[in-house]
Design a protein around this ligand. Structure first.
Ligand code: TRP
Length: 452
């Protein structure tokens, strides 16, 4: 091991690594993005495709990323350079760094909204006569030019601060208390939401598939993109975190725990949002504001609603922070190695550029809302390009790299599977099932092939 390698940071403990990976996975994707994408794509039938994507593509590729990271002990680009010098696989690394910039740019905007909601509850909550007013409050806020930028700036400054402090001090500690607290709160709120009168409609929306929804070509790509986004997959966030592992971890168990917890979180969040959606007569395909409109309506009804609102948005902002940190870390780790910048310099410069890149996404909610691509505003377009195209493409390359670019015995050993049946099934999935599934979904979304 050379000097540089032995100076790299390591996680304090196995649990530290798993918590960090969970902290990356669990975030706005599970609550904000999951609820509105599920609502827009028809509910249960979409959920079936989503769960299939998690099982057949997500978990195997999570494990591939962990394995690559642990073996290479480098950032996302460096990992490919090290393991396959001169080979084209490295495009996945470069796309990964690009995706980190794009995703964090708009992620910071939405996370800023959660920080703003937290402060609103901290200062006493919203004053409304009727819960229908929350639409206007939300739209009024996000469409104003300056305010959302301020909150985005505050959120990005916190993200930069944590990455600046470094992996161990910054990331590990913040995940140990906040995530379990958020989990408890989401469960309590789901219980309350289910009591509001919309439970049976919510159950049939979420769990009784209307298969005709699957005639829409966009549903498949939306499910695939949501799976990748929610698992923090396809751009090397998990390679980067795997790179801070010591050599003696059991990876398959970690991959299943991270994906399982992330999925559970999303499902419980669905049980929190959708009963309220139906109870308050909100449309499930309301769009990106769904959570920001529904949740305040829940708090409005609850005893101690202001306190619950305050706690919820605090914890959601914290969950968003640990996800944002993992996004920034991908880019920062690359700049530190590539340009031999200090961690401090890299986090401030890269973080500031990403903040600026997010400004159009924020303004696109208001004064720039006439700028549209295929009828999507700027934020949605950034999200679409990164989540539905770059991440699955990255995942495809990572699956092919692990499946075909490695000697099978090396892959089995590095992943801690050894020569087991499960290990062989994993390689088979990476070689055939995941790549073919991603390919078919890409084709289906263009409308070239149809399922009827
Ligand atoms: N998974 C996170 C969420 O659900 C967001 C996130 C963090 C992410 N790191 C990522 C998404 C890397 C894609 C790639 O909120």
């Amino acid at each position: 091991m050379n000097q540089l390698d032995s100076n790299r940071e390591q996680w304090n403990s196995r649990i530290g690594f798993i918590l960090a990976a969970m902290g990356s996975a669990v975030g706005l994707g599970n609550i904000w993005r999951f609820s509105y994408v599920t609502g827009e794509n028809g509910g249960a039938a979409f959920l079936v495709i989503y769960l299939l994507c998690i099982l057949a593509i997500g978990i195997p590729v999570v494990l591939a990323e962990f394995t690559i990271g642990k073996k290479a002990q480098s950032d996302v680009v460096g990992s490919f350079e090290k393991l396959a010098p001169g080979k084209p696989w490295i495009v996945a690394g470069i796309m990964g760094v690009a995706s980190a910039f794009i995703i964090l740019s708009f992620y910071g905007v939405v996370a800023g909204w959660t920080v703003k909601y937290f402060f609103s509850y901290l200062t006493g909550g919203f004053t409304v006569q009727d819960s229908s007013e929350y639409v206007g409050i939300f739209v009024g806020f996000i469409s104003s030019p300056f305010q959302p930028l301020l909150w985005q700036f505050i959120f990005m400054s916190m993200t930069i601060g944590i990455v600046y402090l470094g992996v161990k001090k910054g990331i590990e500690a913040s995940n140990k208390i906040l995530m379990p607290s958020l989990a408890i709160l989401v469960i309590i709120l789901a219980g309350y939401s289910l009591s509001l009168g919309g439970a049976s409609e919510a159950f049939s929306f979420l769990f009784t598939p209307d298969w005709s929804a699957l005639k829409e070509p966009k549903v498949y790509l939306a499910a695939l993109g949501q799976a990748f986004f929610s698992l923090s997959l396809g751009m090397g966030a998990l390679i980067t975190y795997g790179g801070y592992l010591s050599k003696k971890e059991k990876l398959p168990g970690a991959a299943v725990s991270v994906a399982g917890l992330d999925t559970l979180f999303a499902l419980v969040a669905g049980l929190m949002i959708f009963p309220a959606v139906f109870a308050f007569g909100i449309s499930p395909d309301e769009g990106a504001g769904l959570a920001f409109i529904t949740l305040p309506s829940i708090f409005e009804q609850m005893a101690f609603g202001t306190l619950f609102g305050l706690l919820f948005f605090l914890l959601l902002a914290a969950a968003a922070l640990s996800s944002a940190v993992s996004l920034l870390e991908v880019a920062v780790a690359y700049f530190i190695r590539k340009f031999t910048w200090s961690r401090k310099k890299a986090s401030i410069i890269v973080g500031s550029i990403i903040f600026l890149m997010g400004v159009p996404s924020s303004l696109g909610q208001g004064i720039w809302s006439n700028i549209r691509f295929f009828d999507n505003d700027i934020l949605d377009s950034m999200d679409f390009i990164a989540s539905n195209i770059l991440l699955p493409l990255g995942g495809l390359i990572i699956a092919l790299f692990m499946g075909w670019g490695w000697k099978k015995s090396d892959a089995l050993e590095a992943s801690d599977f050894g020569d087991s049946a499960l290990g062989h099934a994993w390689i088979f999935t990476l070689r055939f099932i995941a790549p073919i599934a991603i390919f078919i979904i890409f084709l289906a979304s263009t409308g070239i092939i149809k399922f009827e």
